[in-house]
Design a protein. Structure first.
Length: 310
């Protein structure tokens, strides 16, 4: 008998192998659907179970193991491999799945959000060194929250301690990824910054329409690049990539359907901002919903088919 995790992050079972095969035939489960032998702790994709290999078009092994196989190593694939498939992002579905994931993991997500905000606020309160500290830790810290969310999106166990996984797993690439993306995005907004500064300094009504036009034109490159590099940190923490290859992979992949990714980023950001309007307390719910929605988008792009419901 087996237990299986659906895209709604709920556990189903125990169920028989025949029922799982029926779900596979009906398209309600696939090779990436996570399951485990009843009574064991190892959650694995169905494709890793030899008894289901023929259902996915792969030959069954001649000598099946007597015990459940170990989880696949994170380094068992080529992290720099380009995305060779097309993709579509359903933004309302991503946000809806993010909301349902939050409902199922409210305690974990709120706890991780509170801890992240306290660390960020604490760093900002340190005189002189606070800005530098924030610059150093923000990349690893956000890498950790992305990894925590990805684990739950994939039906894997997660804990608040995963928030600090970026510090031990990929501290330097995450830090550089955050710094370089931020710096290049800032530089690309030079015309916008210059226009806003000119309007603030000159105080001339005749310049305001021209200044607004320059500001609008000047912000476009920054918005475009920020969207293209949206998945830099998730790629670093998830695939173990260095910061520049992750930036390039994110940019080239997002550029295929930039508009869809921008809408996902925009609406997820609006959901997060709604929490700020609710006296700030709502941010404890809307922020993790926003991050979860982005991670569902990440899965739809880079690992399609991993979140289908059984």
């Amino acid at each position: 008998m087996y237990k299986i995790i659906g895209a709604d992050q709920k556990e189903y079972g125990p169920v028989s192998a025949d029922l799982i095969r029926q779900w596979i035939k009906e398209g309600r489960a696939n090779a990436q659907t996570v399951a485990k032998f009843e009574g064991t702790d190892a959650w694995l994709p169905l494709s890793d179970f030899p008894e289901f290999a023929p259902d996915f078009g792969a030959p069954a092994p001649t000598f099946p193991p007597l015990v459940p196989p170990e989880p696949v190593s994170e380094g068992a694939f080529s992290p720099n491999a380009p995305v060779d498939h097309d993709y579509t992002i359903d933004t309302p579905a991503c946000i809806g799945r993010g909301w349902r994931l939050f409902q199922a993991n409210a305690g974990l997500f709120v706890g991780a959000t509170v801890l992240l905000l306290l660390i960020s606020f604490g760093c900002s309160m340190v005189p002189l060194l606070g800005a530098l500290a924030s610059l150093v830790i923000s990349g690893p810290l956000y890498g950790g929250i992305y990894m925590l969310m990805l684990k739950r999106v994939r039906g894997q166990e997660a804990a608040i301690s995963d928030l600090f996984e970026g510090f031990s797993k990929a501290f330097l690439p995450l830090m550089l990824g955050q710094v370089v993306v931020g710096a290049l995005t800032f530089l690309s907004a030079f015309l916008f910054i210059a226009a806003v500064a000119a309007m603030a300094i000159l105080h001339r009504p005749m310049f305001i329409p021209f200044g607004i036009l320059l500001a609008v034109i000047g912000i476009i490159p920054a918005v475009y690049l920020a969207t293209c590099w949206l998945f830099t940190l998730p790629l670093i923490i998830d695939r173990g990539m260095d910061f520049w290859p992750a930036m390039e992979l994110s940019r080239k992949t997002v550029a295929r359907h930039w508009g869809q990714v921008f809408i996902l980023l925009l609406l997820s950001g609006l959901v997060s901002m709604a929490g700020i309007l609710l006296c700030g307390v709502g941010l404890l719910a809307t922020f993790p919903i926003c991050i979860a929605a982005l991670m569902y988008g990440y899965e739809d792009i880079f690992n399609p088919g991993t979140t289908k419901e059984p």
